[in-house]
Design a protein around this ligand. Structure first.
Ligand SMILES: Cc1cc2nc3c(=O)[nH]c(=O)nc-3n(C[C@H](O)[C@H](O)[C@H](O)COP(=O)(O)O)c2cc1C
Length: 213
């Protein structure tokens, strides 16, 4: 199941952070879909994220500039702009020009800790802090297991400040069978939180309807 429509009225921009948690594939799949919904997708990757891209996807993520991912047209690739993690000229570094929504996926426990404690070690942490202070939408997709009490406290701190915590923790109740199904399950949760009308994964009611047929 996959229903992704090109939006005729696209939103202006979204900020995407990619840190060094496992699951670089989530970031790739999300980025490939976003140009249909946003005119500009600003991306910042941590140096560790670039290592994970090599390790998990055998892919070299750009340090800066335009980024045409495998599933993108040339035009879509021109909507995706990568900013170096120490470049505070990025528009989303300031509350005067930050996007309405920011997603960090995967989100490492190190980045969770930095944001939870206001320790802005790079552009990604800073942008998350700006998103919080401006009371815009911040969505984190943490990936770690097991979680220590320190991880849980940091995640709780962020949840208490209105951050959406969507763990990279796919469910199996919708008949998921393939690797793509599991990725889509997590992406669906992100799209729901972004309030975008995208259907990548069955809803619970869909399954019940199917069973009763
Ligand atoms: C292949 C690979 C996978 C990793 N997976 C995770 C992970 O799932 N969760 C996590 O918190 N850290 C993970 N790490 C460790 C982080 O990359 C490391 O803590 C790093 O300092 C995070 O920095 P960043 O938050 O600036 O990206 C992984 C590292 C590598 C090389």
């Amino acid at each position: 199941m996959s229903m992704v429509h090109q939006q005729s009225e696209r939103r202006r921009s979204i900020t995407i952070g990619i840190s060094g948690g496992s699951g670089a594939v989530y970031a790739v799949r999300l980025l490939e879909l976003l140009p249909r919904f946003y005119e500009c997708i600003d991306v910042v990757l941590s140096p560790s994220a670039r290592v994970v891209f090599r390790q998990e996807l055998d892919m070299e993520a750009p340090e800066s500039g335009l980024w045409q991912l495998p599933g993108m047209s040339k035009e879509e690739g021109e909507q995706v702009v990568v900013w170096e993690p120490n470049n505070y000229d990025a528009p989303f570094a300031s509350g005067s020009n930050c996007a309405e929504q920011m997603v960090i996926l995967p989100c490492s426990m190190s980045t969770v800790a930095s944001i939870a404690h206001g320790v802005e070690q790079n552009l990604m942490h800073h942008a998350a802090g700006v998103t919080l202070k401006e009371r815009k939408d911040l969505i984190l997709v943490p990936r770690e297991t097991p979680l220590s009490a320190i991880h849980l406290r940091n995640l709780t701190t962020l949840a208490e400040h209105g951050v959406a915590i969507i763990p990279a923790m796919p469910g199996f109740y919708g008949g998921q069978k393939t690797f793509d199904d599991l990725i889509n399950f997590v992406l669906q949760k992100i799209f729901n939180r972004l309030r975008l009308d995208v259907r990548l994964s069955k809803k619970w009611g869909d399954r019940q309807t199917q069973n009763s047929e």
